[in-house]
Design a protein around this ligand. Structure first.
Ligand code: C2E
Ligand code: CA
Ligand code: CA
Ligand code: CA
Length: 278
């Protein structure tokens, strides 16, 4: 009976698939796309705030869908996190970025920051440590600084397992950035527990610089806090010269469309890295 029923439902699914011309669920579609390596890394430049020289890049995932074209991450990351597929998807783009950048490492300035966005679910997985080690092993020592960005809205639980993973990452020299800072509620204890190295001030505050004094107060307070804690600061979402000028001398790094939009990793290398070659 059970066999008949499952045979029936499998057959039904096949018919539905055939009728609709598409898989049954978003999870199937994500799994198919992972197999087909449709998740691709885009890189956005990170510049030093004083010189505006290129000092690194943030890796932002895109889905290159055969029919729908380029899909933005906020449309598929939540499903990928819920299904756990975010772990192999992140591994895929880390491998791709590692391969492409390592082949051009002669053109990279020393200590080039490469940051990846990491979901909290990934931080409970021991594969993360292996993946970071494998990424760093592609480069000569000191060539790159690997940064993991954790969003403040998706906070990690400070259990012994997670804390031990982060101690090991810290020992590897992997840096930790608190993303979207100001939108969540991480405490000072939290920043210390996880050895956070960097705060990324959320672009919603940056966008209101010059128009709204409350946002400026928030930005100034984060800058003050970061300075007291000895953390590096990144202001993200810089679109105008006046925003950049406001933040110059206050934060360490700037990121935003003013300095470059995210582009495919190979294009990034062609456009940004040739000038440094010797
Ligand atoms: P995020 O980590 O805060 O990334 C910054 C977002 O701001 C990116 O959107 C970037 O394209 C956009 N951005 C950069 N400069 C500017 C600017 O000057 N103005 C404006 N308006 N926007 C700017 P994107 O690429 O669509 O990514 C959205 C979010 O998706 C990311 O926000 C991150 O939370 C998530 N995400 C992206 N890639 C990954 C990934 O590989 N793994 C995980 N877990 N999440 C990812
Ligand atoms: Ca980020
Ligand atoms: Ca952010
Ligand atoms: Ca650290």
């Amino acid at each position: 009976g059970l066999w008949l029923l499952s045979g029936f439902s499998a057959g039904f699914a096949c018919i539905m698939w055939w009728l609709l011309g598409r898989p049954r669920s978003p999870i199937h579609e994500l799994a198919r796309a992972l197999q087909a390596r449709e998740f691709v890394p885009f890189l956005q430049p990170l510049v030093a705030s004083d010189s505006e020289q290129l000092v690194g890049a943030e890796v932002l995932m895109r889905w290159q869908h055969p029919d729908a074209g380029l899909i933005r991450p906020d449309l598929f990351i939540p499903q990928a996190e819920a299904s756990g597929l975010i772990v192999p998807m992140t591994d895929l783009i880390m491998t791709e970025v590692g391969e492409v950048l390592a082949a051009r490492q002669a053109c990279l300035p020393d200590g080039f920051h490469i940051s990846f966005n990491i979901s909290a679910a990934h931080c409970r997985d021991d594969r993360l440590l292996r993946e970071c080690r494998a990424f760093l092993a592609r480069f000569t020592p000191g060539k790159v600084v690997l940064v993991l960005e954790l969003t403040e809205r998706d906070l990690l639980v400070a259990d012994p397992h997670t804390l031990s993973l982060f101690r090991q990452l810290d020992a590897l020299g992997v840096q930790l950035a608190m993303d979207d800072f100001g939108t969540g509620h991480s405490s000072l204890v939290y920043l210390q527990q996880f050895h956070v190295d960097m705060l990324k001030i959320d672009k919603s505050f940056i966008g209101r610089i010059g128009t709204e004094s409350l946002s400026e107060h928030i930005v100034d307070n984060v800058i003050d806090l970061g300075g007291r804690l000895g953390l590096a600061l990144v202001a993200e979402g810089i679109e105008t010269r006046s925003q950049a000028d406001y933040l110059k001398g206050k934060v360490t790094y700037l990121q935003g469309y003013l300095f470059g939009r995210p582009v495919p990793v190979r294009q990034f290398c062609d456009e940004r890295l040739t000038g440094n070659s010797v």
